[in-house]
Write a protein of this length. Structure first.
Length: 618
């Protein structure tokens, strides 16, 4: 049985039972059964499924791990965490996050004015809010207003001009001042795609000389007591622990030096985000080289060691690891619409009474192939194909001969793979892409998995059912956009094998896991495909409930969102219908049909419009 790496990335949150993927919680429902219930409500197309209990588990594990390590080291500082809203701002996630994190005083991080408004609206009073990124005076005023509302807010300064804006606003708020943080620009940097988040040439942070200037400004304006935090960030998805340890040493020493310069109320070091998620489905290609416990051990030990050597208090620890919290909770379900291998079946051969000699030889190779000669015959067939394609280009064979060549070579490759399935032939794996099945999925890669397209980020993918059956098809996945980049190609280093299914007789669904971070907020309206229908699943001891259904936007809503007037679209279409048709009944039927389509979403439907539909509209 192919487990699709679920033991690597699944964290025991998902398991396989009786050939189905199940949610390993309470009544342990099969995801395919949840999908069927959702579809019974008339909801088709792609589906984003949220599991709030997994958000709870991630938050609890994060806080409990740090609490355990702090006790072991007798660490005097506190542990705090905030969720960066840029990772997922959708209400179906954020509202649950705030509710589930309340017992831990879990907070929010904002990097823009809209995100700050969200934090001011939904964050629990007393739970921390940190504000990062470049700020204008309006955003800083919002920070003062949040403090006035009673929020525990820290404005992290990215440049001296922001600090000067804070100084100017103090006199307008009767002594109410938000906490002030300074983002430090480290020499240490991360590795991988996001390495440029750290290092001396990074986009954000104050240099050593700017830090000294900031302290002088704070002293001069009697604001040094409001300086509570330093912040650094060396990148998202930090897969190697070594760069973090180096950055911690640098930041810990800067913290101690600032304390000695008179920053007595400086109590916190914010490590930023970066806590990695394991996306690999392959034991030979793990993405990260540390556990959460090792991460916590290194953070606590290094900061404690520096504090002791520098004779300062151990700092409170803040982290902003959003990917770690959000990624596991969401699963994208995409129905398979079509398989494209049917053109290479034996029944489609059009052999003549007299075929070109090489075509006849290909047919003989196919008939006579056995386990002993399979590899030799495979090589011969590939040579024959190259020769026959050359003959076609030169005009010596016709299109029917070329079709027979393609079909026979594919049949030979398939037969060789079946005959040698127990052999460890690397050559066979490398040739799988010659007979790969193309699975057309009813979703948009650009809308729902933008990191796969933009960053080549692999997400664990597997079928929801038939997991106790043989999966022999090397698979590439196609989305429904009219863009050649909308494809997840077969990769011999990370091969995906799926089932040969008859879609006229049964549904077949693929699930993409760990998609709860960034994918929703960065999804594009390429071809004007909207966010999938989303649901939250609450699992009890004996069943499950489908809550918070948010249907995918219909076509009129999508057009309205990008600036078209709904009424204008309807009026222009209706006018064109009236001008092109004569009979009143036909005009009204056509208008009604168009209106039905405009009020539906843009994803593909597998059902055919029945004659009754036309009769009812006549």
């Amino acid at each position: 049985m192919n487990r699709y790496g679920i033991d690597i990335w699944g964290k025991r949150y998902f398991e396989i039972d009786n050939g189905k993927v199940i949610v390993n919680h309470k009544s342990k429902p099969a995801i395919i059964d949840i999908v069927k219930k959702v579809r019974e409500k008339g909801l088709s197309g792609p589906l984003l499924m949220r599991f709030p209990h997994l958000v709870q588990k991630q938050i609890s594990f994060l806080y409990d791990t740090f609490s355990k390590v702090q006790k072991e080291f007798d660490y005097k500082g506190s542990f705090n965490a905030v969720f960066p809203l840029k990772v997922n701002q959708y209400p179906g996630f954020v509202k649950n996050l705030v509710k589930l994190g309340k017992r831990y005083n879990y907070g929010l991080e904002a990097g823009s004015k809209p995100e700050l408004i969200l934090a001011m609206t939904y964050n629990n009073i007393g739970a921390p809010i940190t504000v990062n990124g470049f700020k204008d005076n309006e955003m800083i005023v919002l920070g003062f207003l949040a403090a006035k509302m009673g929020h525990n807010i820290t404005l992290t300064i990215e440049g001296i001009n922001e600090l000067e804006s804070i100084v100017e606003n103090v006199k307008n708020f009767d002594g109410i001042v938000p906490n002030i943080g300074l983002r430090i620009r480290l020499h240490s940097s991360g590795i991988g795609i996001w390495a440029k988040s750290g290092g001396i040439n990074s986009k954000f942070g104050l240099t050593s000389s700017e830090l000294i200037s900031a302290i002088e400004i704070l002293k001069k304006n009697s604001l040094l007591s409001s300086f509570k935090m330093i912040h650094f960030h060396i990148g998202s998805q930090i897969e190697d622990i070594a760069p973090l340890k180096k950055a911690l040493r640098e930041a810990g020493n800067i913290f101690a030096e600032l304390k000695k310069m008179g920053a007595k109320n400086l109590t916190s070091i914010n490590l930023g985000g970066g806590l990695a998620v394991e996306y690999s489905q392959n034991e030979d290609s793990y993405h990260k080289n540390y556990s959460l416990e090792e991460y916590a051990n290194d953070v606590v030990y290094l900061l404690q060691d520096i504090a002791k050597r520098k004779n300062v208090d151990e700092p409170d620890i803040f982290i902003e690891s959003g990917r770690y919290i959000a990624a596991p909770h969401a699963v994208l379900i995409a129905p398979v619409l079509e398989l494209f291998s049917k053109e290479y079946t034996q029944k489609l051969l059009r052999l003549k009474e007299k075929n070109p000699p090489l075509v006849s030889e290909l047919y003989d190779l196919y008939k006579d192939m056995n386990k002993k000669n399979a590899l030799e015959f495979l090589h011969d067939s590939l040579d024959h194909m190259e020769s026959l394609l050359t003959l076609f280009d030169l005009g010596y064979i016709d299109l029917e001969d070329r079709s027979n060549t393609e079909i026979l070579v594919n049949l030979i490759i398939e037969k060789a793979i079946k005959l040698l399935k127990d052999k460890n032939h690397k050559e066979l794996l490398s040739i799988q892409d010659r007979v790969q099945e193309k699975y057309l999925l009813n979703f948009s890669l650009f809308q729902s998995l933008p990191d796969n397209w933009g960053l080549k980020q692999n997400f664990p993918v597997m079928p929801l059912s038939k997991l106790d059956e043989a999966n022999k098809r090397s698979a590439s996945l196609w989305d429904i956009t009219c863009d050649s980049d909308g494809e997840i190609s077969f990769d011999i280093k990370n091969p995906l094998f799926l089932h040969d299914v008859n879609l006229e007789e049964e549904d077949y669904f693929l699930a993409f896991f760990l998609v709860g971070a960034y994918q929703e907020t960065m999804g594009m309206r390429h071809n004007l495909f909207a966010h999938p229908t989303e649901v939250s699943i609450e699992i009890s001891e004996d069943s499950f409930d489908i809550d918070n259904i948010v249907e995918s936007n219909n076509i009129l809503q999508i057009l309205n969102e990008i600036g078209y007037s709904k009424n204008e679209v309807i009026n222009i279409i209706n006018e064109k219908i009236e001008n092109s048709l004569k009979e009143k009944k036909e005009i009204e039927m056509t208008k009604d049909m168009v209106e039905i389509f405009l009020k539906d979403n843009g994803y593909l439907k597998t059902d055919i419009i029945q004659p009754d539909f036309f009769k009812e509209n006549k």
